[in-house]
Design a protein around this ligand. Structure first.
Ligand SMILES: Cc1ncc(C[n+]2csc(CCOP(=O)(O)OP(=O)(O)O)c2C)c(N)n1
Length: 311
């Protein structure tokens, strides 16, 4: 879809330039240049572009030549269009990961929203690679013995991908900012949205407060990695989470997917808890360090990279 839209935009721009050069119909330079050079990185820019396109379509209205007719049909593609992929963690982390990675590597302007329920929900709650350590799910009856895959870190390794983790119930402003930044980014964007579901053994009427608890315990980490900051010589990582303030066990006890393990396998429950607590603490500090790294061109990471490239 992205490639098709880009091709249509390219063709519409060509037609516009050709018609302008021939002066058929009479197109004024302000309108044509306004369309071709429009800054469409925000809502205001897009609104203004829509108005210019409406004006263009009106001018093309009574034309019967092939190029004008073609442009009239394609003119809406002169306005920036966003493409969204939306799916679950089973798709993004697991069975669809090869395709997702391909889109991230393409560098194309595609936004990806992962609704991370930490299990394959639709098919009944099977373990996915997003399932956290210690959670009971189908195929993990004794509690998942391995840690959750870090999809965000994998995506961040491309450096031109906008990557964020959000939890609406914990910080709605951060959620809003993330969508605005992802839309504005002219490249792939990956938003991982923490999304409690019935398979987690939570009362869905408490979904929003449960998200907050997940963030306060460190289970879910909120951050935004924006390549735009990288281009400006700034640290791309912005950590939106505070240091975990709730013991991980307190969070685990509120969700049946974890708490059941204390009844069925109490010893492994304690062991998995210790490991999980260690992991969330370590992950928070790792991301905090990333967010505090020196990106100064002369002294920081950028300088080190430059030196490596020179050798
Ligand atoms: C390649 C492939 N394998 C299996 C399925 C069957 N299937 C349909 S929905 C689903 C569960 C998807 O889980 P997830 O991506 O986590 O989304 P959620 O149900 O949690 O929203 C599966 C396995 C499929 N659609 N495609």
């Amino acid at each position: 879809m992205r490639i098709a839209i880009d091709k249509q935009t390219e063709y519409a721009r060509e037609l516009l330039k050709e018609l302008y050069a021939k002066q058929e119909p009479a197109l004024d330079s302000e309108l044509v240049n306004g369309i071709l050079e429009a800054d469409q990185s925000d809502e205001t820019g897009i609104f203004e572009q829509r108005q210019r396109i409406a004006k263009l379509k009106k001018l093309l209205n009574n034309r019967t030549d092939a190029k004008s007719l073609n442009l009239s049909q394609l003119a809406d593609n002169l306005c920036r269009k966003s493409v969204w992929l939306i799916g679950g963690d089973g798709w993004a982390y697991d069975i669809g990961y090869g395709g997702l990675d391909h889109v991230l590597a393409s560098g194309k302007d595609v936004n990806i929203l992962v609704l991370d329920t930490e299990v394959y929900s639709k098919t009944g709650g099977q373990t996915s690679k997003a399932t956290p350590r210690g959670a009971i799910a189908k195929f993990s009856a004794g509690g998942k013995a391995t840690a959750k895959k870090d999809l965000a870190l994998l995506a961040m390794s491309y450096e031109n991908v906008y990557v964020a983790n959000i939890a609406l119930g914990a910080k709605d402003v951060q959620t809003l900012r993330t969508f605005v930044e992802a839309e504005a980014h002219h490249g792939p964007s990956l938003i991982i949205a923490y999304a409690p579901c019935i398979s987690q053994g939570v009362d869905m009427k408490n979904s929003l407060t449960q998200q907050k608890l997940a963030v306060d315990s460190g289970h879910c980490l909120l951050f935004r990695f924006d390549p735009k900051r990288l281009q400006q010589g700034e640290n791309p990582m912005h950590l939106d989470s505070k240091e975990p303030s709730v013991p991980y066990k307190d969070y685990m006890q509120t969700e049946t997917r974890f708490s059941m393990l204390w009844q069925s396998h109490p010893e492994s429950a304690e062991k998995l808890l210790q490991q999980a607590q260690h992991e969330v603490t370590q992950r928070y500090h790792f991301f905090k360090q990333l967010s505090e790294m020196d990106w100064d061109e002369g002294t920081g990471v950028a300088a080190i990279k430059k030196k490596i490239n020179e050798h």
